[in-house]
Each structure stands twice: as structure tokens, then as C-alpha cells.
Write a protein that binds this ligand. Structure first.
Ligand SMILES: [Zn+2]
Length: 234
């Protein structure tokens, strides 16, 4: 077999190998913790914390309202009892009563506001929990698919590695080195097939003399006059 054809076979294996290695990297990256699931879980935790805070505020406000109600009641009782006769003291009691009532209105408003926030958050939380369990479900089933794909990719990777070793062993070391260097410099393609008289890599017309020489069994390595890659009959 011509060296150019052997190199071309080697390149096919190398390209397939690279593809497998890249996909394997992607798959291994997706295995394990999922960023989306983690973010959704974080969201749920944050909403739960906020909901707890508003519930606490609501309960505190209700407790305060109750204690104010007790104080209002006892102040009213005192005013009604007739036991206080001093006008100044009566006036103080009346003012105190009004202040307590105003305060209670304020506290009741706070309780209602807290309840509204809590209701809204309860709705959000249930949406977020539903999203989270859907994402967790998708993630779990995706993981088993990915695990299977990983196993296949690893097998392919080893297979291609062996194939490459066998192909490389049949080529002179100096040529392999030139091939590797050229692949690094020329976007991974060191060997290009000539199709309809055109270089398969740079698409420039190849002189007929060169094209005709490619088919002969004694052909030496020929490079594309335009891109410098090794040419092989397509
Ligand atoms: Zn070319």
C-alpha cells in the first residue's frame, strides 16, 4: 500500500478517535451533579426560608394584636368602671386607649400584609417544588443513558487506540512525525483526497500531472501545491 493511503487511513482513525474523546469528555462532564437541578433546589430552599420569615412575622403580629386587645379591654373597663374620677387621669386614660387602638390597627395591617406575602410564596413554592421534582426525574433517567453511552465510548476509545497503534507501526517514524506536525498546523487534516481534480482540504485545482501520478503504485508522497497537505487519490 502506498504511504499516502496508509497515512489517510491513519487520519481517519485519528479523527474518529478525537470525536470519541471529545464526546467522552462531554458525557463525563454531564455525569454527576447537575447545575440545573442544584439551582432549582437552591431556589426551593430560598423560598422556604422567606416563607418561614413571613409566617413568623404574621404570628408575631397576631400575638401582639391579641396582647393589645387585652390592654384595650382593661383600659376600657377602667374607664367604664367609674373608679377614676380625676379629669386629668380620665383624659390620660382616654388618650392611652386611642393610642393603643391606633397601634393595634397598624399591627393588624402588618399581619394581613404578612399573610398575603406568605400566600404568594406558598404558591411559588409549590410551583418550584413541582419543577424541581420534574428536573430531578429527568436528570436521573438522563444519567443512566449517559452511563451507557460512556461505557460504549470507552470501548470505542480503546478500539480506535489499538487500531491507530497498528497503523502507526506500519509507517516510518520520521513520516509519522511529519504527519503529526502537519495535523497540528493544518486544523487536524494532514492528508487530503483529490476529488474531481480538486484538493479535498483547500478546494484548489491540482495540476493534471500530479493527479495522474497519484494512482500509480510506485507513487511517492505528493503534496498539494496550494495548502501543502499530502494528497491521496480520492
Ligand atoms: Zn490543498
Amino acid at each position: 500500500m502506498q504511504e499516502a493511503i496508509k497515512l489517510y487511513e491513519l487520519q481517519k482513525v485519528d479523527l474518529a478517535w478525537l470525536k470519541v474523546a471529545r464526546r467522552l469528555q462531554q458525557v463525563q462532564h454531564q455525569l454527576g451533579e447537575s447545575e440545573t437541578v442544584r439551582a432549582a433546589r437552591q431556589q426551593v430552599t430560598e423560598t422556604e426560608t422567606m416563607l418561614h420569615q413571613w409566617h413568623t412575622k404574621q404570628k408575631d403580629a397576631e400575638l401582639e394584636s391579641k396582647s393589645l386587645a387585652t390592654r384595650i379591654k382593661s383600659t376600657e373597663d377602667k374607664l367604664m368602671s367609674g373608679s377614676v374620677r380625676d379629669p386629668k387621669e380620665l383624659n390620660n386614660l382616654q388618650e392611652n386607649l386611642e393610642s393603643l387602638r391606633r397601634h393595634r390597627t397598624l399591627v393588624d395591617d402588618q399581619a394581613v400584609e404578612a399573610l398575603m406575602h406568605a400566600d404568594e410564596l406558598t404558591g411559588q413554592l409549590s410551583d418550584q417544588q413541582r419543577d424541581l421534582s420534574r428536573l430531578e426525574g429527568e436528570w436521573t433517567s438522563g444519567q443512566s443513558d449517559l452511563k451507557q453511552e460512556e461505557t460504549k465510548l470507552k470501548q470505542n476509545y480503546i478500539l480506535l487506540k489499538r487500531k491507530r497503534e497498528a497503523l502507526a507501526a506500519a509507517l516510518p517514524a520520521a513520516l509519522l512525525e511529519r504527519y503529526d506536525t502537519m495535523r497540528k498546523r493544518k486544523a487536524g487534516i494532514a492528508v487530503a483526497p483529490v476529488q474531481s481534480g480538486v484538493c479535498g482540504a483547500c478546494h484548489v485545482q491540482i495540476p493534471t500531472g500530479i493527479v495522474n501520478g497519484l494512482g500509480s503504485s510506485t507513487a511517492t508522497l505528493t503534496v498539494c501545491p496550494s495548502c501543502g497537505r499530502y494528497l491521496v487519490a480520492g
